[in-house]
Design a protein around this ligand. Structure first.
Ligand SMILES: *Cc1c(COP(=O)(O)O)cnc(C)c1O
Length: 397
């Protein structure tokens, strides 16, 4: 067996270095804990970046995937398969939307959403110069299309020219969105809760205002629920907290709770007049294994009322975090909704806190340049919050 150091060396030698990784090698998970190759235990408040909503080895999840592996893993989209229809039906019923296209990642869900919006507008007016309004400090992915609507010049600079026809507005500033509308605008895209940019929930008046603007001008509202959706805010989808329904929604991360899968989901109006056979495709997307994961996740979320659990426990998490902010000068503020929370770190690099936390057996990550991000598995209990606070507090000293 290799040593931890040797595992890291092998990766550094052969894997393209696009990440500065923390110096631990994770080997297995159990419940809400992870273990590294030295057997050290970590309380996981990152969940693989908001992916492991159900934690590790949730009852019923592994069994369903193993059963599907024994049946069939892949078919291509030239044929029907059993789990795809079932997963789509459950996603439509959970969202009250109309049609689903499954992808392999969040980024691809964004790409599909952009294409659907452009096609919808094209069918209306035949123009090929439509524009999309996106938000500053947003994050929608790293492919060229998704990067083009990601409001972070630092990520974009070296990869220009990007996709044209994107205008940026300020999140939570309705007037700045209105100022970017032209007769070519086909969509507004935003995260219901900005994740990567530093955990900023949309203000209710802003989201309602954008929705009204979109309805007035027949502009499509694309809500990116890749990080904040799937129960994380205490509702199945964060927009349900606001009563503002999108025309197109993107999902990924916790959609498969560990299996790589995403989706873009269209409402009736958009589904009826956008993508048709030949317009869009994917070899893997919607494969039986990925869709079995989605189907099982949606069943388990409903059976055990995972969003309800988040809703019930979130006030306790917020109360404990607020007390921490009150007590420590190096914490300036808390922002968030449900189990997507950010602590603004003051006067020291957030990476330092993350490293100290790791030493203390707690996995937390950052968002933006100065925010500590907490996106735990949705199944954490009160005692895990207490353990997190204790370990985080030790890491701040
Ligand atoms: C992670 C994320 C994406 C990109 O998803 P990938 O699966 O990494 O491609 C897009 N939008 C938001 C809001 C995200 O958090």
């Amino acid at each position: 067996m290799k040593s931890t150091h040797e595992y890291m060396e092998t990766s550094e030698q052969y894997v393209l270095r696009t990440y500065n990784r923390f110096p631990i090698v994770l080997e297995k998970g159990e419940g809400v804990y992870l273990y590294d190759t030295d057997g050290k235990q970590y309380l996981d408040f990152a969940a693989g970046i908001a992916v492991f909503g159900l934690g590790y080895h949730y009852p019923g999840y592994d069994e369903a995937l193993k059963g599907q592996i024994d049946q069939l893993i892949h078919t291509s989209n030239l044929f029907y398969n059993v789990p795809m229809g079932e997963a789509a039906e459950k996603l439509v019923k959970a969202s009250g939307m109309n049609k689903v296209f499954f992808t392999n990642s969040g980024t691809e869900a964004i790409e599909g959403a952009i294409k659907a919006a452009r096609k919808y507008a094209y069918l209306k007016d035949g123009r090929t110069d439509h524009e999309i309004i996106a938000m500053n400090h947003s994050f929608h992915g790293r492919s060229v299309g998704a990067l083009s609507v990601t409001g972070n010049p630092h990520y974009q600079e070296a990869f220009k020219p990007l996709m044209g026809g994107v205008r940026f507005a300020d999140f939570n500033d309705l007037d700045s969105v209105k100022a970017q509308v032209t007769d070519r605008t086909c969509a507004v895209i935003l995260e219901t809760v900005q994740g990567e940019g530093g955990i900023y929930p949309a203000d209710e008046a802003f989201l309602k205002g954008v929705k009204a603007l979109c309805e007035e001008k027949d502009i499509l509202l694309i809500l990116d629920e890749i990080q904040c959706g799937m129960g994380r805010t205490g509702s199945m989808f964060a927009w349900q907290e606001y009563g503002v329904k999108p025309d197109i929604m993107t999902c990924a991360k916790a959609l498969g709770c560990g299996i790589p899968v995403g989706a873009f989901v269209l409402n009736e109006k958009t589904a009826a007049a956008s993508l048709v056979p030949g317009d869009h495709g994917t070899t893997y997307g919607g494969n039986p294994l990925a869709c079995q994961a989605v189907s099982t996740v949606l069943d388990l979320f409903a059976k055990d009322d995972i969003p309800g659990h988040v809703k019930a426990l979130a006030p306790y998490l917020e109360e404990r975090l607020d007390a921490l902010v009150e007590k420590h000068d190096c914490l300036a503020a808390r922002r968030g909704k449900g189990f997507i929370q950010g602590l603004v770190v003051n006067g020291k690099p957030v990476g330092e806190v993350v490293k100290k936390a790791l030493e203390n057996g707690l996995i937390v990550i950052s968002a933006g340049s100065d925010v500590l991000r907490l996106v735990p598995p949705l199944v954490i209990e009160k005692k895990h919050i207490d353990e997190m606070i204790e370990k985080l507090e030790k890491s701040l000293e």
